[in-house]
Structures are given as structure tokens and as C-alpha cells.
Design a protein around this ligand. Structure first.
Ligand SMILES: *Cc1c(COP(=O)(O)O)cnc(C)c1O
Length: 385
């Protein structure tokens, strides 16, 4: 054994904690240069920076319309509001709570669909069952991997994508995530690969929807103070747009570095028994908002024991998404029609490992080595915990 594991009484592998995620910030001077105009004009929200950011995002994504909002949750809420839905929305249970919240805040119900154990995205067969009699589907590109959009499109009801994880990902046909469905909504919060501090990006090919969203993010007020419907204050501050624009300039570089880190993870973990790797659809590209692996029975230890062993080495991890939505208190009244077996297994076994765009390769190698050692010493680790 290379070293004595910290859970077995050794010294931690890392002297400084390895965070699970960190925002990769653009140069301060470049952000400040953009913000200067804001100080000159006194326009500090929803003005020049926001408009420029929207144009640049639309070009980057190759989509007709981009409306930026305060955050992704607001974007999802407003898209569902503008679609004028009633009834239930199909949502995977294996997602972040904001997906379901967007439906519930609109007074809609949720019908949970199961997720596929290999891809971690919504199971098309389960979605088809839940879609009968539902008003729309809200599906997540889990960890950055695009879900099966063609299968969902065939179900005949509007499909909205929670693309919070997937800015910079590509579909199997080569187009960017952001170009499919009625709308796709990205998050610019600090844990996402492109960040503006906070922020949401709605991408849509539907000009009418984009127009409605601009009114919706301003309380539903088109400018004459006669609210057409109940919107929100969903505006993005200029400073956030300046930060986001600057981050977008270096985004392709950092996305490439991030993929290099993932390649390293994949190569090092490939032959560790009991580690299941997320399947990315053939031809698709994931931006890997998270690098999450399955700790399967073959590893010889439960996921939470592995997480504790890594924590002892100063390596931060998270059990995303556990509990899944259908096991959260706020969703108690939405009981799945059939058992969500894929979701249950995913939420029990997925472990998100540290990954951020400017992370060093050496740390990735050492995290992988630790996982290997934890597996090799599984019996001792099980006894010690
Ligand atoms: C982060 C996240 C959101 C929420 O994004 P905010 O910008 O924080 O509102 C929504 N859905 C998923 C899947 C997320 O991971």
C-alpha cells in the first residue's frame, strides 16, 4: 500500500482541503472595464451589458433568442408561466429541486419520471407513461449530458429543458444544447461551468415566447404599467452581465481544460472495480458540470462510507441528488405512479467528485489513487467505519 489511508489512522493525503467545485473567475480588470460604462450611465440593471450578453449568448449557442434573467429557477418559472399550462408537468425525480419547484410555483402538479441508471437522464419509457394527460415535460441534462430529446419530442407535449448543467454541451447532431425543445434554461450560479455570480439564460427559437419572457421578467409589465399577467422581478443586474460576458470570452478554453481533467479521471478510474461511469450519448459532448460516479456493489463499500473515507483525506464530495425529489418533504403529496427503481439506485450510489475548470491535474490523479486504495483496503475501511 502506497500510504496509510486517513480513515485507518494515516495522515490526510491533502494538507489543504480539495473543494468539490470552485468558480473560475475571469480577470478582474476586464470585468471592471465593462462595468465602467455602468458607472458612467447610471444604468445598473437590465441595460447595455444585458443586451450585449444576450446577443453574444445567442451567437455562441446558435439559437434565435436569448433572454437573461436573475437565475435559472426564475427562468424555468417564467417559461412555464408564459406557456400558460394547467395540470401536471413531467419531471425526473433525479434532478435538483429547482426543476420541480418551477412547476409547483406555477400552481402546476408534478408527475415523476424515472431516470436511466447508465445515462442519469430521464428514462424515455417512464417519461412516456407519465406524459399521458400531462401538460408538459421538464427534463434535465444531468451533469451536462444531454437527455434523449428525440424520444421526448415524440410524446406530443411541449418539452422544456432544465439545462442548468449543460452550458457548452452538444447534442449528438453537433448542435449546442440550448437549441432544442420549446426553451432551454441555463444557470449562471457559482457552481456552474459558466458563471455570472448569479444568473439564468433562457434560449428559445420561439420569438413570441422570447417577447413574453421579456415582459414576464419585468413583473408582466410591458412598459405601460398595465400588467398583462403576473410576472416576477427576474432581471439580471448589469454587473452580473459584465461578469458573465467576460467569463464567456474564455469559456471555450476553460471548457477544454475541464474536459482534459475528465479524460484523466476516466482513464484512471476505468479499471477500478465497482465504479460506474455516466454514459454520454454517442456523438454528444458533455461539459461535465459535475463529474459524478456510481459506487456500485462491486466496489465493496457503500457510497457514504467512500465519501467519509475521502473526507478524511480532505477531499470534498457530494451525494447528488440524494434525496431525490420524490423523497423530499416538499413533494410528499406527489407519489410516483410506479416505483422509480433507476432513481432510487442512482440517488443511493452517485458520488460527485471534485471538478472545477482550473483544478490541477495532480489533484485529479491523487483523488483517483485514493479511490483505488479505498477499494483495495475495503475490508479494513468497512471495519474502521
Ligand atoms: C443549479 C440548478 C438549478 C438552479 O439554478 P439557479 O440559477 O441557482 O436558480 C436548476 N436546475 C438544476 C438541475 C441545477 O443544478
Amino acid at each position: 500500500m502506497r500510504k496509510k489511508l486517513a480513515v485507518l489512522g494515516g495522515t490526510p493525503e491533502f494538507a489543504e482541503p480539495v473543494p468539490m467545485v470552485r468558480p473560475t473567475l475571469p480577470p478582474r480588470e476586464a470585468v471592471m472595464a465593462r462595468a465602467a460604462g455602468m458607472f458612467a450611465s447610471g444604468q445598473i440593471t437590465n441595460a447595455e451589458q444585458v443586451r450585449a450578453f444576450e446577443d453574444e449568448l445567442a451567437e455562441f449557442l446558435g439559437v434565435g433568442h436569448v433572454v437573461v434573467v436573475a437565475n435559472c429557477t426564475t427562468g424555468l418559472m417564467l417559461v412555464l408561466r408564459c406557456l400558460g399550462l394547467s395540470g401536471d408537468v413531467v419531471v425526473p425525480s433525479f434532478t435538483f429541486m429547482a426543476s420541480g419547484h418551477a412547476a409547483l410555483w406555477n400552481g402546476l402538479g408534478v408527475r415523476f419520471a424515472d431516470s436511466d441508471l447508465r445515462t442519469c437522464t430521464i428514462d424515455p419509457a417512464s417519461a412516456a407513461d407519465a406524459a399521458r394527460g400531462s401538460a408538459a415535460i421538464l427534463a434535465t441534462h444531468t451533469f451536462g449530458a444531454p437527455c434523449d430529446v428525440d424520444a421526448l419530442a415524440r410524446l406530443g407535449i411541449p418539452v422544456v429543458f432544465d439545462a442548468a448543467h449543460a452550458f457548452g454541451s452538444r447534442y449528438p447532431d453537433g448542435t449546442m444544447v440550448g437549441t432544442k425543445g420549446v426553451a432551454e434554461v441555463f444557470s449562471l450560479s457559482p457552481t456552474k461551468p459558466l458563471s455570472a455570480g448569479e444568473g439564468g439564460v433562457v434560449a428559445t427559437g420561439d420569438a413570441d415566447l422570447a417577447r413574453d419572457l421579456r415582459v414576464a421578467r419585468d413583473y408582466g409589465n410591458p412598459g405601460d404599467y398595465n400588467a398583462r399577467f403576473v410576472g416576477l422581478n427576474g432581471r439580471l443586474p448589469e454587473l452580473s452581465a459584465a461578469l458573465g460576458r467576460t467569463a464567456l470570452e474564455s469559456f471555450p478554453y476553460w471548457a477544454e481544460r475541464r474536459r482534459d481533467l475528465v479524460k484523466r479521471y476516466l482513464a484512471a478510474l476505468e479499471d477500478v472495480p465497482g465504479i460506474g461511469l455516466q454514459e454520454i450519448p454517442g456523438g454528444a459532448v458533455s461539459v461535465y458540470k459535475d463529474f459524478a460516479v456510481r459506487i456500485d456493489p462491486g466496489f465493496g463499500l457503500p457510497r457514504d462510507t467512500v465519501a467519509r473515507a475521502l473526507a478524511a483525506e480532505q477531499v470534498a464530495t457530494r451525494p447528488y441528488f440524494d434525496p431525490p425529489l420524490h423523497r423530499q418533504d416538499a413533494y410528499r403529496s406527489f407519489v410516483p405512479a410506479t416505483p422509480l427503481t433507476g432513481t432510487e439506485r442512482l440517488s443511493r450510489s452517485m458520488l460527485t467528485l471534485p471538478l472545477y475548470s482550473h483544478m490541477d491535474q495532480d489533484s485529479v490523479d491523487r483523488v483517483c489513487e485514493l479511490l483505488r486504495e479505498i477499494h483495495v483496503n475495503r475490508n479494513e475501511v468497512a471495519t474502521a467505519s
